[in-house]
Design a binder for this molecule. Structure first.
Ligand SMILES: [Zn+2]
Length: 233
């Protein structure tokens, strides 16, 4: 029993120190030593406790650090605004239905920040009856029932993610968000920064990205699965 406990302690210590290793691409890949996003923080929550429990919120360790750092930055920069992340991927990566990507720990969906009529920042509702929020459709004016898209909070978040990624020596690969709604991001005070530093999807995606925005992180992965004497090349 003692040996078993010691072994457990060693295993959990080494798990903490490990960084993730991603393989392949977001649409054909996998990951080792992925980490789970925390259920909530001071200014953010996850989209579903159940989804988290069944393991749908794993990411690359560096992606987790970037996400946490960005939220921390927003606590002061966008004080009073609340954020919600959504689907990320499995602990081992691989096919993550119904998504086409999200396979190697580098893809993260975030629910679009919204405000009520009085300007109060609130979360989009996410539960099994609206496919965890993914069924929500905004109209051309960025409205869904009594909620309006908070473009300032959204733009600030993407900038914060980009800055946190850069601080770690990596980058964002791309952001997918409904091209028809994108001009509203560029009209905020973050617009110039976004145009200069962030690559947005230009074409409509296979599903409309209005209730959520998808971010792919540019973190180096192992591209070859070839193993030589146990050494991954
Ligand atoms: Zn996605």
């Amino acid at each position: 029993m003692k040996i078993f406990l010691c072994l457990l302690a060693v295993l959990s210590l080494s798990a903490k120190a490990q960084t993730s290793v991603c393989y392949g691409t977001t649409s054909n890949g996998r990951i080792e030593n992925a980490v789970k996003l925390p259920g909530e923080g001071d200014n953010f929550v996850g989209y579903s406790t159940i989804a988290s429990l069944i393991g749908r919120t794993y990411v690359h360790s560096q992606v987790k650090d970037i996400i946490i750092q960005a939220y921390r930055q927003l606590e002061t920069e966008q004080a009073g605004k609340v954020y919600k992340y959504a689907e990320t991927g499995w602990a081992q990566g691989g096919r993550f239905k119904p998504h086409k990507t999200h396979q190697n720990g580098l893809s993260v969906d975030f629910m679009t920040p919204v405000i009520e009529a009085d300007g109060k920042s609130v979360h989009l509702p996410t539960h099994p009856f609206n496919k965890f929020g993914y069924d929500i459709e905004f109209d051309a004016n960025g409205k869904y029932e009594a909620l309006t898209i908070d473009y300032l909070a959204l733009a600030a978040h993407i900038v914060a993610l980009h800055k946190a990624a850069k601080a770690q020596g990596v980058d964002l690969w791309r952001v997918i968000f409904d091209p028809k709604l994108q001009p509203n991001l560029f009209n905020t005070r973050y617009g110039d920064y976004l145009k200069k530093h962030v690559q947005f999807s230009r074409k409509a995606s296979w599903v409309r990205h209005d209730e959520h925005y998808h971010v792919d992180f540019a973190i180096p992965c192992v591209h070859s699965e070839t193993k030589n004497n146990g050494v991954i090349k």
